[in-house]
Design a protein around this ligand. Structure first.
Ligand code: FAD
Ligand code: SF4
Length: 510
């Protein structure tokens, strides 16, 4: 045997560079279902099921192309770690070399590098060609800048790729349509919400769902609503469905939340993109084609393309530039434990209850639910960033460390002190009230800062401002927030501090 090509669960890319030089007569593919990948964080059942089903389907696809696939499955080989599966295969097959695309998790890369070393087998790590930009491109763009801003990176990539450009100018004359994309649903709520596309479970998926439900019975979440694409064909269907039915209205309400609407007009493509079932280039091309055909307006097209061509590429660049420091980052030196209701949804705070429940039901929450509900609470409730990072990595079907860590530690928790965000994302219950119907029927009242009915989101927000007054005052983006705090009397501020201390001392009881 010549090369052993190791394919990880989030590398299901038929166009991957590992196949460029693949020789069916001399090379083999190895795929390992390692238990540790579901237990190093306490993974949601749907997340594990998605990875396993998609991996098994991909292995079938490769076999149909006459490749030899050594597939080490849970329930048969039962490898505890990727290292166990790789070591056993090196011993049995004695390959001359291992080939691997760079993993999206530094822990995994270190583990596999060490395993190859211990087994005295050379390892070749290839660049991941799935992305539009390389780690080197990003490093060069970032240079020695202390702060990094997505907006400038995004404009650079638009210019280089020509996406939504009229010559050297942005299509429509503006780079950014965010201001048109922050609408709430108003009191009457969302209208004509599109149905989610349904993906029937085939034999492989059914087997995986029952394996996961028995092997990981105690893990959070459920597979009862499992409806994620597990093959490239399904992912392409999901993409077409989004372009036809949701993208035309994606923009305006992308920040809005409603108790009966888990998905709204969102793309639901992150898991397919992150498993590499589809490529960002083809997603962007379809969205741009819909705009050019006059099927969608520019605000929706730009608002969506910015997420993939801008945020997704930028976040990956940040992970490979700052990953090690992000893992330890704790700008505010927060030390609180994660309240237990993050795993159960059993809290009286309606906003948190709904977002956690939805997460447990589907392994999904949209960006603003992650950023401004579960994330924002983490900052003002002074939760240790690493506890919340582990939670995010565990509970979402699209969670892989390269994308989860910068979003959580960097964007939601400001744990790196604003390396790529200009201010902490914090707001009072008034924001939640405006953008959702969560406050209707909540035990707490969003505009009450202390005393009976005080809303924890509101109290902890004012307390946070009070504690970090100087920082907020010195930042032009947040100076206005401080003016509102300074309008309160000394007694009112003391009441807020006392109420917040009571809450912070018993977050589990909220
Ligand atoms: P849409 O909202 O419809 O957006 C379209 C696509 O844009 C997404 O599919 C995604 O690929 C991309 N995208 C949008 N925002 C981001 C972003 N900030 N970073 C990277 N890609 C983005 N995304 C993940 O893919 N995996 C994660 O583990 C993850 N963790 C997050 C944790 C926190 C605290 C926050 C605030 C955000 C996180 N995100 C993560 C980003 C974003 O919330 C999800 O990509 C998005 O909600 C997925 O749903 P969708 O496909 O319907 O996306
Ligand atoms: Fe959340 Fe406060 Fe609104 Fe309740 S009142 S839903 S806790 S913001």
């Amino acid at each position: 045997m010549r090369n052993l090509v190791l394919i990880l669960g989030d590398q299901l890319d038929r166009g991957s560079s590992v196949f460029d030089d693949f020789d069916r007569d001399q090379d083999k593919v190895l795929m390992v279902e390692a238990v540790q990948e579901s237990t190093h964080v306490w993974s949601h059942k749907a997340r594990t099921a998605l990875f396993l089903s998609a991996m098994r389907h991909f292995a079938e696809e490769l076999r149909e192309k006459n490749m030899v696939v050594l597939y080490r499955a849970m329930g048969t080989e039962d490898d505890e770690t990727l290292a166990d599966g790789l070591s056993a295969t090196i011993r049995d097959e004695k390959p001359k070399k291992i080939i691997l695309v760079e993993p999206g998790d530094r822990r995994v890369e270190a583990l596999l590098t060490q395993t190859c070393k211990e087994n005295k087998c050379p390892l070749e790590v290839l660049e991941d060609t799935h992305f539009l930009t390389t780690k080197g491109d990003f490093r060069k763009w970032a240079g020695k800048s202390k702060t990094l801003r997505m907006e400038y990176f995004y404009r650079d990539v638009r210019r280089k790729t020509g996406v939504l450009m009229d010559g050297d100018q942005p299509a429509g004359g503006k780079w950014n349509y965010d201001a048109e994309n922050r609408k709430s649903f108003g009191k009457s709520g969302p209208k004509n919400v599109p149905e989610q596309r349904e993906f029937a479970h085939d034999k492989i998926t059914k087997e995986v769902l029952s394996l996961v439900e028995s092997k990981f019975a105690e893990h959070p979440g459920t597979t009862a609503n499992f409806n994620w694409p597990v093959t490239r064909a399904q992912a392409l269907d999901a993409l077409d469905d989004f372009i036809a039915h949701r993208l035309p209205r994606f923009g305006p309400h992308q920040d809005a939340m409603w108790t009966t609407m888990p998905f709204g007009w969102h793309a639901l493509l992150s898991s397919s993109l992150n498993l590499k079932l589809i490529a960002p280039r083809e997603v962007i091309a379809k969205a741009e084609a819909a705009y050019n055909a006059g099927d969608i307006n520019l605000a929706s097209a730009e608002g969506f393309i910015r997420q993939i061509l801008g945020w997704r590429e930028f976040i990956r660049g940040v992970y490979f530039l700052d990953g090690d420091s992000l893992k330890k980052a704790n700008h505010y030196e927060h030390q609180n434990k994660l309240p237990s209701w993050y795993w159960t949804g059993e809290t009286q705070m309606n906003c948190m209850k709904h977002v956690v429940d939805q997460t447990l039901q589907h392994g999904y929450a949209h960006h603003i639910q992650r950023l401004m509900i579960t994330g924002m609470f983490g900052v003002t409730a002074e939760i240790l960033p690493q506890e919340l990072c582990d939670w995010y990595l565990a509970v979402y079907v699209d969670a892989v460390e390269w994308v989860e860590l910068p979003n959580t530690a960097g964007m939601a928790l400001f744990a790196n002190g604003g390396r790529f965000t200009s201010k902490p994302y914090v707001a009072s219950g008034a924001y939640v009230k405006r953008m959702s119907n969560y406050c209707d029927g909540c035990t707490y009242k969003p505009d009450v800062k202390s005393g009976d009915d005080a809303c924890p989101v509101t109290t902890l927000y004012w307390n946070f401002l009070d504690k970090h007054l100087d920082d907020f005052q010195n930042n032009p983006r947040t100076a206005l927030m401080v003016n509102n705090l300074l309008r309160l009397s000394d007694d009112q501020r003391a009441d807020i501090r006392a109420e917040a201390t009571r809450m912070l001392n018993n977050l589990d009881a909220l």
